[in-house]
Design a protein. Sequence first.
Length: 320
Amino acid sequence: MTTISLPRRRLLQGAAAAIALPSAFGALAQAPARQFRIGNQKGLLNILKGRGTLEKRLAPLGVSLKWTEFTAGPVQLEALNVGSIDFGDVGEAPPIFAQAAGAPLAYVGATVPRPQSEGVLVPKGSAIKSVAELKGKKIALNKGSNVHYFIVKLFEKHGLSYADLNLVYLPPADARAAFEKGSIDAWVIWDPFLAAAEKTLEARVLADATGVVGNRAYSYYFSSLDYAAKNADVVAIAIEELNKVDAWGSANRGDLANELAALWGLPKPVADLTVARTAYGTTPITKAILGEQQKTADTFFDLKLIPKKINVLEAATGIA
């Protein structure tokens, strides 16, 4: 049996510790990998996903991506609320309802205003020629959506009140069916449903949102307050890449229409019309943008569509 003297034992222990130090420091130096979970609808986020450019931008930061497709904004925001996604795209109304329900929502980006992308449709042979003639008529729309706000403001502009509205609350597919059957007099809707009705039903646009809803954004990009605060660099890169897709789409509308027609499963002429009248551009959130969103939120509260008055600025982080 070999006996190791105390000085030699200490020397060997010190050597072992010295060998272990580099690997220990290496483990400490490796920060835990970050994840960016994106919930997307059929639109520009789908195009961004297909190109893989966001993955390339985020790879050097050690950020991995996970994509999940959703059919509508409210479902995306529910996924955010339960912690299943970190980022998504949504129209104007769902974030207001989500914030009123206590979701940890953060506005992190917005599109430029798109007033021509929403409008009031009447059937091809309708005798209705003016907004004033809509008083008391059956008007279908998706309750609490961006077009709900639009029709309220459109009636105000033409000297009518909310009491003059005879609204029928229907989701887009059901509203189209009712429109085709003639069981409603008008339909308030957004693209591409708007363009589809124009092209396939020869529906007539009685009025769009131009000059009616101010500089309100058409849609928003969202995150959670916690994720946006801790991963501002990741969110900023996502907005930059979306803006690049916007810029490309604006300069290559024919190609964009081809991609969107395939994504939507709609005829090419529908995508062509939608793209032709859409303003493209993505911008970071500002107080001015959220000031417009606050007007929408206040209107929904006044109409008792949300249970409490909200401060939209509370759903923002790092804005000027």
